[in-house]
Design a protein around this ligand. Structure first.
Ligand SMILES: Cc1cc2nc3c(=O)[nH]c(=O)nc-3n(C[C@H](O)[C@H](O)[C@H](O)COP(=O)(O)O)c2cc1C
Length: 226
């Protein structure tokens, strides 16, 4: 499969017969990669407090180090066109006790849409245009309760599906730790994690990892030191 995508990604025929450069699909599989005073209105003539007590200083320090949203739970977010990433996402949720949120496309991807051999297929055209943002069909969610967010997707043409860019640009990840993961036919996670981090523009993003149904997911999660 790695070899297949390495070959397929090298070139493709455009509708006008010219050879075009398809999005690079990395054949590298990185199995070892990794990676929130109670003062009330004053009516007495008590002197106003002007000094900051040690206790107040301590409280200020603690607040400064809390996640901005105050959430402490873990969420697994995923998009899966054919079920593979869904299976891995459910394993991560099981291991971590996380909640789960599925990104679905407003317009479901059909088998024809997913045909990577067709230079005119929906996915080929989307992946060839980094500005495309397919609409999300699933109800919007809130990230407020969460401090850790796993975010998973299949690799398409060596990158994240454009709908993942739609997702990360729709939410604020400030104060949250975000861990990308992917499934693929063999390609590594490549630049997809850093692409998503750049498009999100917020959050503490850890190095991502390609996973499969047989990966040591508990071991990987343990190694993240969350
Ligand atoms: C349009 C398209 C492009 C793909 N591009 C790649 C690729 O570049 N490298 C790769 O290893 N697998 C590629 N694949 C295979 C998927 O990444 C793989 O089957 C993935 O596990 C599917 O996940 P899902 O079932 O959650 O959708 C591609 C699949 C599709 C449909």
């Amino acid at each position: 499969m790695v070899f297949l995508f390495a070959l397929v990604a090298c070139s493709g025929a455009s509708s006008n017969g010219e050879t075009q450069t398809a999005p690079a699909a990395s054949a590298e599989v990185k199995e070892s990669d990794s990676q929130q005073d109670g003062s009330s209105e004053t009516t007495s003539d008590a002197p106003q407090k002007t000094e900051t007590s040690e206790a107040d200083k301590q409280e200020t320090t603690e607040k400064a180090s809390e996640p901005e949203t105050g959430g402490t739970k873990t969420l697994v977010v995923y998009f899966s066109a054919t079920g593979t990433t869904k299976g891995v996402a459910e394993q991560i949720a099981s291991v971590t006790g996380a909640d789960i949120y599925e990104i679905t496309a407003a317009q479901t991807y059909t088998a024809d849409d997913l045909n990577w051999n067709d230079s005119e297929s929906r996915t080929t055209k989307e992946q060839n245009d980094k500005s495309v943002r397919p609409a999300i069909g699933s109800d919007t969610t809130s990230l407020d309760d969460y401090s850790v967010i796993f975010i998973g997707y299949p690799i398409w043409w060596g990158e994240e599906p454009r709908i993942m860019d739609t997702f990360v640009e729709s939410y604020d990840f400030s104060g949250k730790t975000v861990i990308p993961f992917c499934t693929s036919g063999g390609s590594g996670i490549g630049s997809s994690g850093t692409n998503l981090e750049a498009n999100a523009g917020s959050g503490n993003w850890l190095e991502g990892k390609r996973l499969s149904g047989s990966s040591d997911i508990a071991g990987w999660v343990d190694g993240l030191g969350l």
